[in-house]
Structures are given as C-alpha cells and as structure tokens.
Design a protein around this ligand. Structure first.
Ligand SMILES: Cc1ncc(COP(=O)(O)O)c(C=O)c1O
Length: 359
C-alpha cells in the first residue's frame, strides 16, 4: 500500500462544497460580499480573536499585517530562518530588514533566548513562526515589549494552553493554501488581531489603501479573500478540530508503533497542542532514508534544506548569520506521512519502511 506524504482528502465534503460554490455563483457577488464577512466572523470566533481580515494569500497577509503593526522601511523584523521563504519575502517587500534568529533543535520554533539574541534598537516587530504546526511561545515573546506577529500559516487548529495559535500575539497571519490544515480551493489568507486599529488598517490596505473606495490614503494592495474561497472555508472550518484530533492521533500512533527507534520524533513546545501540519522527524541520514521510503511507496521529504538566510535573494540580509540549530534541522528534518486520513495500518507501513530503510 502506498502512503502519501499528505494524507487528507476533501472527497467527503464534495457535495457540501459544490452546494456552497453554487450558492456564490447564483448570488453573483464574488468580491467582499456576505461569505467573506461571515467567514471572517466565524474564524475570529473560532480563534478567540476580535477580528479577522480575509486576504488573497498568506504572503500578502504577512505584508499587510507588518504594515498594520507600524513597520516602516528600514525597520528590523526578527524572524527564524527556518521557515517558508515567504515570511522573509513579505518583510523585504514592505521595505523592512529581516533579522534571522535561531530555533530550538527539538521543537523547530524560536524561543525567548534565540529571539533576544537578535534584538537591536531598530527591531520593530517579532515574527515567531509556528513551524510544522508546533506553537512558538508568542505570549512569552510579548514580554520583550515589542509587537509580536504570529506566522500561523502552518498552525490552524494548534493550541497553547487553552488558547488557539493565531490569538496569542498582537496579530497573526494564516494561509489557506490547499495543503494547509485549513485549506481552501486555491489561494487564500487572513490577518487576525484583537486590535481595532490593526484590523482597520489591514482592511484598508487589502483594498488599495482606501476605506471608502473614493479616497486612497496609502499605496496598498489588491488582496482580498474571494467569495468562492470564503464559502469553501465556511464548509471546512467546522471540520478543523476533528482533523487536528486525527492528526494528533496519528502522531501518537507513530510513537506507539515504535517510530522513535528509527528517527528522532518531533517534540511539541511546552503547553502546545501541536497541529502536525507536517510530521517532521529528524535523522542524520534523512535524504538516504527518504529515498529508501520512496522506493517502498512511502512519501517523505526534507523541508527548507537551504534555510532562508542562505537563499540567494536574502544574501544581503542573511550573510554572516550563525544559526547552528537551524543548520542542523535544515539538514536532518524529514517529513513523514501525516493527515486526517491516515490509518494505524498505514502508520505501521511507514514505521516498517523506516525500520528497513535504517539498516
Ligand atoms: C510559514 C509560512 N508562512 C507563509 C506562507 C505563505 O502563504 P501563501 O502560500 O498562502 O502565500 C506559508 C505557505 O506556504 C508558510 O508555510
């Protein structure tokens, strides 16, 4: 039996998605209509945040949120280098300077200490990334006295204590890209915040820097979540907690079936309910093991092998950064199959493939 890396399917929701999409087509309202307004309210309520602003994707969400938090050209934004490139790209796009900090080897997330080591008098915002669905300690980081913007693109459904990732900082951003834990049927994203001011600014920026479509106060973006995507998200949001439970059950099953004998297992941050967007284990022979798994029909992949600070486009910001845990994780992480639809038998196949690939 082949086991894919992303083991989730929208097939069970097909009829409800079709119905929601038809409703939008019949309404004739495609941009900033009732579906977006309703999804924004429902997602904010789900997170326990006061506001949600739907935008076109998670990259725009970051750029819009950074500007809404007051980031101006030349300001420094502290972030991990071990993340998807878009985290840094958005900062550069708004004229800011990304300053890369290290992560903790066991959790793949920034810590109070790794962030503190990167602060300077020019730091304007801290961007912890909830990498792989783990939850960086955003409430602790707020004690540093600077605005904290959670990059929660990979962490829909994750928790810290009794709070949801995406409602832990001064603002947060999400991506609803189809492979994410809360997917839409194309590109989509959101900014969430408790601040009236940040939310209003983000709403203005997503519509060309205008509040009323008559006066344009800033150079903004054409970046809206559209009605079709919002309607799909409204069908899928009620499933998110169930999917997250299923992902956690899969992680527990990997442990129960002895995966730790063959690779190092991912560790949730203390107090975190990991959302396991990716089940990123570690191995000193990660690429060799991935090749052996592939031969046995098991999907596996290393992520961010070249971390952001060493990407060609980030040379002028990342040169000279010394990030030992980032480098080690970049070389050794190995994502194994994960998803809401993975059976214990499929987990057994992965564990067996890891056992035979490790010898
Ligand atoms: C951590 C992180 N930040 C930002 C993004 C950007 O989201 P999008 O692809 O919706 O622009 C992603 C998506 O891949 C991501 O994983």
């Amino acid at each position: 039996m082949a086991v894919p890396l992303f083991a989730s399917s929208l097939e069970p929701y097909r009829a409800r998605l079709d119905e929601a999409l038809s409703r939008v087509v019949e309404s004739g309202s495609f941009i900033l209509g009732p579906e977006v307004a309703a999804f924004e309210e429902e997602f904010a309520r789900y997170l326990g945040a006061r506001h949600c602003v739907g935008v076109a994707n998670g990259t725009d969400a970051l750029a819009i949120a950074l500007r809404s938090l007051g980031v101006r050209p030349g300001d420094e934004v502290v972030m991990p280098s071990l993340t998807f490139y878009a985290t840094a790209e958005a900062a550069v796009e708004v004229g800011a300077v990304p300053v890369f900090c290290d992560v903790e080897l066991e959790t793949a997330c920034v810590t109070l200490d790794t962030v503190r080591a990167a602060l300077t008098p020019n730091t304007k915002v801290i961007v912890p990334v909830h990498l792989f669905g783990n939850v960086a300690p955003a409430p602790e980081l707020r004690e540093l006295g600077l605005p904290v913007l959670e990059d929660a693109a990979q962490a829909a459904g994750a928790t810290l204590g009794d709070r949801k990732a995406g409602a832990l900082g001064d603002a947060a951003t999400f991506s609803f890209f189809p492979s994410k834990n809360l997917p839409c049927l194309g590109d989509g994203g959101a900014v969430t915040t408790d601040s009236d001011e940040v939310a209003e600014h983000a709403r203005m920026l997503r519509f060309h820097g205008s509040r009323d479509k008559v006066t344009f106060e800033e150079v903004g973006y054409n970046s809206r979540l559209d009605e079709l995507q919002a309607a799909a998200l409204r069908v899928l949001l009620p499933e998110l907690d169930g999917w997250t439970e299923a992902r956690r059950a899969t992680a527990a099953e990997y442990e129960r079936q002895g995966l730790a004998e063959h690779v190092t297992l991912p560790r949730p941050v203390e107090g975190a309910g990991h959302a396991y967007h990716l089940y990123a284990a570690r191995s000193d022979r990660a690429d060799e093991l991935a090749a052996a798994l592939k031969e046995q029909g098991v999907g596996a992949r290393g992520y961010y092998r070249v971390p952001v600070h060493r990407q060609p486009a980030m040379q002028r910001f990342g040169a000279g950064a010394e990030l030992p845990a980032t480098e080690e994780l970049a070389a050794t992480n190995l994502a194994l199959p994960m998803g809401a639809g993975l059976s214990p038998e499929a987990v057994g196949e992965v564990v067996e493939a890891c056992a035979s690939g490790s010898t």
